[in-house]
Every structure is written in structure tokens, then in C-alpha cells.
Design a protein around this ligand. Structure first.
Ligand SMILES: Cc1cc2nc3c(=O)[nH]c(=O)nc-3n(C[C@H](O)[C@H](O)[C@H](O)COP(=O)(O)OP(=O)(O)OC[C@H]3O[C@@H](n4cnc5c(N)ncnc54)[C@H](O)[C@@H]3O)c2cc1C
Ligand code: FES
Length: 348
């Protein structure tokens, strides 16, 4: 067996073992240290840390989520960084989510229901003796052969988790997601292995106004958060924006409109980027982040929760601070492709 290196994480003074070739973030999470992360693909920049001592390298070169300036200033992305010996990094630890145990569990597909032409609602049943404790907004990884994994947000809320609900968008040429469509691959009753809960995209209790921004199936973690707030009697001003190309892509719009009728402190704006004839009647058109900015001259004092395609998340991260949003009040999950799939499509 090849020797392990040590990763020391400051200012906490915690040391974890990391195998050669293993991403530093993976080693830290496996050791129960809850370091910030989201995409695990080197895109979103959430796992940025400062290298204080030692050397790391990246299997596919400097990741896209790290600028040349950041790299030169000694910053690294821990989800991609491989230690070349013992290293010391400076990183933030997140306390609250760390209290939740990450488990690897078998589960069965209990139910499959098409929500739209390319979105499947997947209900997972855990073994009777098992229970997955999670926080609203977290995701799980479906474990595939060869160590590959595919991430999906949990759409059901923690207080209603007998079955775990996922919203899976079919990806063109997608090895895993396409098996859920067309009845030929994964059917009801099929066995999967999952690992979770993962991620820091979790709802924070508070009192200030909240803006939620979903892009496509980015609605899934926000549904978990909204059900958590609305069904446990918490009071909060929340404005949900849901962006999609066409009206059918807002696959649970009626459910949201029902919530809005019953909960006066919830507002909802649907935004279509490619609205067809008649689709825009009670909806806005354009990009969802631009609709938020058009409605909010100032976002200072607000908290923003955003989930969906990487391009939407990048647009939000680039533009919302200019409207007064404090960066530490922006929580997001960027729905990137899995690292193995990105590596396979990356230019040589
Ligand atoms: C934290 C997190 C939460 C997520 N939650 C959800 C969710 O709730 N619902 C949901 O639908 N999705 C979610 N996703 C996205 C989801 O994980 C992917 O869509 C899924 O992994 C695709 O798996 P696949 O095996 O079907 O496709 P893959 O086989 O991984 O790839 C499919 C296709 O994409 C192409 N591809 C790979 N990388 C790129 C790239 N960078 N640019 C363009 N094309 C590329 C490949 O060539 C291939 O044709 C989430 C992602 C993350 C990181
Ligand atoms: S860049 Fe590392 S988690 Fe997104």
C-alpha cells in the first residue's frame, strides 16, 4: 500500500491522512471535517484555501475555478488538489453541517414519476432500519462503478424523509441520468448505493428577507427548504424566482402557486428565457438573475439561496454583490457535471 501524507488544516490545527492521488477535500470530508465545497469539480471556487506549507498539484492542470492571480497568491482548490507530501492549508470549517453523519447506504427506487419531458421525480427508499439525517438543501451522491459518483439534491424536507425525493434532469448522453428515462434502464425496484448527506447549501434559520433563485432542477433543494419553512410554521419573507427555458420546465409551478395562496409571506416569480407564444402571460421573460436585480434595487440585508446550472450561479456571484449583497450571505449549489465526466470531455 502506498504511504499516506498528512494534511494539517489551520487555524484549527486538525490533521488528516490523505492518500497519494486522493483529493485533499475528499480526505478531509472522510475524516469528518466539514470544509466548504459545492461542485467538487474545480469550477465553483467554494473549496478555495490557502496553501501555507508543502506542495500540491492538479491532475488536469489549474482548475477553472481558480484564477491565475489566486493561484499566484498561494490559493488552491482542495477538491482538485493532490498532496505531493505533507501539506498545511488554511481553510474555514463549517460547524453546523458537520453534526450530520455522512453515510453510505443501499436504497431502492420506490417510485419514478415524470415531472417534465426531461425531468424525473425519483423516490428512494432506505432499508427499514436506516434513517438519513440531513438539513434542508443538502444533496446525496449516487455511487456508480469505478468510484464514480453523481450528485443530486434532496427535494424532500428533513421532517418528511421516509422516502427521499430527487428531481433528475436527463442529460444528453448522460451515463446515469438517461437510464431513468425510457423504461429500459433503471426502473422502480432497482437497487442503488448512495452516500450522503453532503454539502453546505443548507437553510439557515433567521429573520431577514430571503431571495431564492432556482434554475431548472435547481428547484429541488429549494423545495426542501421551502417545505421545511412552510410546514414547520416558521415565518419568513421569501421570494422564490424560478428560471427555465419554457413553461413546462417549471414542472411544479402549480404546487408553488398553491403555497403562495396559503402563505402570504411567500412570493413567486417565474422567469422564462425562451418563452413561446402565450407562455409569458403571467410570467417574466429573460434571465432569472436579471429579474431579481430588476426587482431589488438593493439586496443588502437579504440572504440569497441559489441552485442550478453553473452559468446561472456564475452570473449571480458576479452581479449580486454589486447590488449590495454581502458575499457571505450568498449560499449556492452549482449543478456541475461529475469530475470524471468533465475530465473525459476536457480538451487534451
Ligand atoms: C451539488 C450538486 C447537486 C446537483 N443536484 C442536481 C439535481 O438535484 N438535479 C439534477 O438534475 N442535477 C443535479 N446535479 C447535476 C447532476 O449531478 C448531473 O447532471 C449528473 O451528474 C449527470 O450525470 P450523467 O451520468 O447522466 O451524465 P455524465 O455522463 O456525467 O455526462 C453527460 C454528458 O455531459 C457532457 N459533459 C460533461 N462535462 C461537461 C461540461 N463541463 N460541459 C458540457 N458538457 C459536459 C458529457 O460529455 C456527456 O455527454 C447536481 C450537481 C451537483 C454538483
Ligand atoms: S471548486 Fe472545489 S468544490 Fe467547487
Amino acid at each position: 500500500m502506498s504511504a499516506e501524507f498528512k494534511v494539517r488544516i489551520e487555524p484549527h490545527g486538525r490533521t488528516v491522512p490523505v492518500a497519494p492521488g486522493q483529493p485533499v477535500l475528499e480526505a478531509a470530508l472522510a475524516a469528518g471535517l466539514n470544509l466548504p465545497h459545492s461542485c467538487k469539480s474545480g469550477h465553483c471556487g467554494s473549496c478555495r484555501a490557502r496553501l501555507l506549507a508543502g506542495q500540491i498539484d492538479y491532475p488536469a492542470g489549474r482548475p477553472l475555478g481558480l484564477t491565475r492571480e489566486e493561484h499566484d497568491a498561494g490559493y488552491v482548490l482542495l477538491c482538485q488538489a493532490r498532496a505531493r507530501g505533507d501539506v498545511t492549508v488554511e481553510a474555514r470549517l463549517i460547524a453546523s453541517v458537520g453534526e450530520v453523519e455522512i453515510k453510505t447506504l443501499p436504497c431502492r427506487i420506490a417510485r419514478l414519476r415524470p415531472l417534465a419531458a426531461d425531468v424525473m421525480q425519483v423516490w428512494l427508499r432506505l432499508p427499514a432500519v436506516e434513517h438519513l439525517r440531513f438539513q434542508a438543501g443538502q444533496y446525496l451522491d449516487v455511487l456508480l462503478e469505478g468510484g464514480r459518483r453523481r450528485s443530486f439534491s434532496i427535494a424532500s424536507p428533513p421532517h418528511d424523509s421516509d422516502l427521499l425525493e430527487l428531481h433528475v434532469r436527463r442529460v444528453e448522453g448522460g451515463g446515469f441520468t438517461s437510464q431513468l428515462f425510457g423504461g429500459t434502464g433503471l426502473r422502480e425496484g432497482a437497487l442503488l448505493r448512495i452516500e450522503g448527506p453532503v454539502g453546505q447549501f443548507v437553510y439557515r434559520e433567521g429573520t431577514g428577507p430571503v431571495v431564492m433563485v432556482a434554475g431548472g432542477t435547481g428547484f429541488a433543494p429549494l423545495k426542501s427548504m421551502l417545505r421545511h419553512v412552510l410546514e414547520t410554521g416558521r415565518q419568513r419573507d421569501i421570494h422564490l424566482y424560478w428560471g427555465a427555458r419554457h413553461a413546462p420546465d417549471l414542472y411544479e409551478e402549480d404546487l408553488v402557486l398553491g403555497w403562495v395562496r396559503r402563505h402570504p409571506r411567500l412570493r413567486f416569480t417565474a422567469v422564462l428565457s425562451q418563452a413561446g407564444a402565450g407562455e409569458a402571460a403571467h410570467r417574466r421573460t429573460g434571465w432569472v438573475h436579471e429579474a431579481v436585480l430588476a426587482d431589488h434595487a438593493s439586496l443588502s440585508g437579504s440572504e440569497v439561496y441559489a441552485a442550478g446550472p453553473p452559468a446561472m450561479i456564475e452570473a449571480i456571484r458576479a452581479s449580486f454583490p454589486g447590488a449590495g449583497l454581502a458575499p457571505e450571505r450568498l449560499y449556492f449549489d452549482s449543478f456541475d457535471y461529475a469530475p470524471d465526466s468533465q475530465a473525459a470531455t476536457a480538451p487534451a
